[in-house]
Design a protein around this ligand. Sequence first.
Ligand SMILES: *Cc1c(COP(=O)(O)O)cnc(C)c1O
Length: 258
Amino acid sequence: MLSKGFYRMASSITPVSSQRASELASNLAGIKDRVASAAAQAGQTGPRLVAVSKLKPAEDILWLHSSEHQDHFGENYVQELVDKAARLPDSIQWHFIGTLQTAKCKTLAQIPNLYAVETVEAEKRAKKLNDNRPDGFPKLNVFVQVNTSGEAEKSGVTGNEAVELAKYIVTECPRLRFKGLMTIGSKSQSEAAADGIANQDFKNLVEIRDKIETQLRLTGLELSMGMSEDFEDAIRQGSTNVRVGSSIFGARALKDAS
Ligand SMILES: *Cc1c(COP(=O)(O)O)cnc(C)c1O
């Protein structure tokens, strides 16, 4: 268990400069407008905007959260997420969107304000998250990551595996809530959609979601799809959770390979 006082308020975080504050505010406002108009076109209300803050400083996050009411943030690296969660307000809703390793599942499950792990792709790791979610914590939302493009370098399960993994989570993991499916998709499909053709990877995810809802008799499963380059297309194709990083925070340093 975590020691008392682990989740303290953000006392030691330097405020952002006024220049950085106005840059972040205008980037975020622009993205929110684009999310809202894509949602209006799709006839849906309020897809969730996850601000992907990997490799970006805690002060940017604190400012967006406390001044701009941005609650959902996404991180790719467990240690970076743990450090940020410890320093920042626990009203933040964290999403883990990086590659999931079995050895890190326990650490993740013990973060009380971890809203979701979006990258579950094996029973073993679902079980680890479930078994290590402490008593009294809210259920941990999980998305099953699907490799819709079939690219070797992308992680995630196939459509058929997604049905089985969803069934396992629903029946065997009482401390997890099966929330839906997540995908990244290929760059080529993202570019095709930008030219007005439907993104086939996003279409695949919709079909797999429908199949799971039918087979497991579930309703309201979510779709996490869409990043800076393709979130509007993703929303038009049914995304309920977009993950936008560089368009809010600016370009990242090179550690990130995605
Ligand atoms: C980094 C990352 C994002 C955000 O990407 P941007 O292109 O910066 O918007 C979204 N999803 C995942 C899984 C990521 O790793």
